[in-house]
Design a protein around this ligand. Sequence first.
Ligand code: MG
Length: 159
Amino acid sequence: MSVRIGQGCDVHAFGEGDHVMVGGVRIAHDRGVLAHSDGDVALHALCDAMLGALALGDIGVHFPPSDDRWKGADSRVLLRHCNQLLAARGWRVGNADVTVVCERPKIGPHAGAMRACIADDLGIAVEDVSVKATTSEKLGFTGREEGIAAQAACLLVRV
Ligand code: MG
């Protein structure tokens, strides 16, 4: 096979705090997220998509919450680690597409910075990374602002 496809999703609940990390970007907010790592749903969904493309398990297998190494971890470290796993097997991300779901904070103004972060970590062009945002029209847990969610898809190509 010359291409592989993967998808991932992630959710974190809001809690006390003054910022959220999304797509590697720190966004000031009146809540934080409850998480073992920095709780970056966009990067976690993307990591799962990359791992899934090669059937390498999920983010919980590679970065278990029981492992103190990942306590408060910068999710960009996890993303780069996943990228190395792909590279070691002869693959790289051809393109990736991430959708963040929340009412607040507004993601759109930060999407460009997120694309740059992700492209940098994956060693690919920013044109090959998409970050989109949507609300859930005030429905469900994201609509009630109880948490933030993300979905990601990626295509892997042979190096
Ligand atoms: Mg997560």
